[in-house]
Design a protein around this ligand. Sequence first.
Ligand code: GDP
Ligand code: MN
Length: 383
Amino acid sequence: MRLLEYEGKEIFENSGIPTPKGKVIKSTDQVEEAINEIGLPLVLKVQVPIGGRGKAGGVKIVESEDEAMKMAEELLNKEIKGYEVSSLLAEEELEIDKEMYCGIRSNREEGVPEVIVSSKGGVDIEKIAEESPVVSKGVDPLSGLEAYQAREIIDEIGVEKEIFSKMSKILHRLYNVYTSFDAKLSEINPLVVTGDGDLVASDSKIVIDDHSLNRHPEYKEKIGQHIQNPLEREGEEKGVNYVDLDGEIAIMANGAGLAMAIMDMINLEGASPAAFLDTGGGLSRERMKNALKIFLKKEKQDEKVKAILLNIWLLISPPDAMVNGLFDAIEEMGEPDSPIILVLQGRGKYVKKGSELLKGSNVELYSNVREGVLEAIKRAKGA
Ligand code: GDP
Ligand code: MN
């Protein structure tokens, strides 16, 4: 789960990492208050869980109250990289002397946290990384980031003496944020050197490992707000893994690997998936209903969808729960225009029972995945 910039900055501030003075704005009514608190000029930044906002027109500096009102109005009605903007962060403008970069990320190959620093940062960090020294070092997770390691890393990028100890403090604090929030990434880009020689985190990027969200209930609660696609949000709320795509065939399976294998088969045949849904194992009636309802909504609102392909393995999930859940969803949403193609596999007697229960319905039953996939593709191509 990627936190929004202002959420990350709250964590930074509580961890002793300096951030600019700021205030979250959800409507233009709050602009005046923000100016009273922070002053002018003001930096207005859209709060969406994606990077590259600056280049996408989501970071603006305004000089007057009038300009601030107009710009806030414009930004709050904007869409940035597919995300509807519902809040802005208004901040004091920093006088930027230099933009640097620092971050802690999980190095999956080495299995350790890794500290990354660069004396140059900002919106073109990928390009910068090709040209100027970016230093990275693995950290022993048991001993944590040691003082000498921080010194070595900063030494290598060569910063002025005045900045050295400030940067070292920030690295240690950033490392603490990374571990205490079970993050996969905690990053400051840019880390700004101000005209007065202070270091300030001008942006934040904290990605919490979703598997640890039980330990961070305050963020678990919010996860829905970070997902802007309504169907994906519904999936999150209902405990199924739904990914919205833009092809013709909506694929659901009770297991992520299974669903991905089917995606591959569809792609190999030159067709494309419209959606991906993993119901997870131990399929209950309720979960089957909730999952299929999302698919039926997708089918209704996206005319590109031409087939719904389900691959359900009945191993531990009893057939009546699955079939009744399926019927419940169709009853609530109505029959779809596209065919529902169901590949049913698993324990012999479960499959037999499931097939019997489905007799008389419009669901088209297959026992072989490849046949089901090819049929879905045929239907998607209008045959
Ligand atoms: P991102 O594009 O989503 O990573 O958003 P950032 O928060 O990193 O902002 C993008 C760029 O806007 C920064 O690299 C800065 O160059 C610029 N910017 C942001 N805040 C300020 C500020 O207070 N003063 C100035 N002069 N520029 C800023
Ligand atoms: Mn940034």
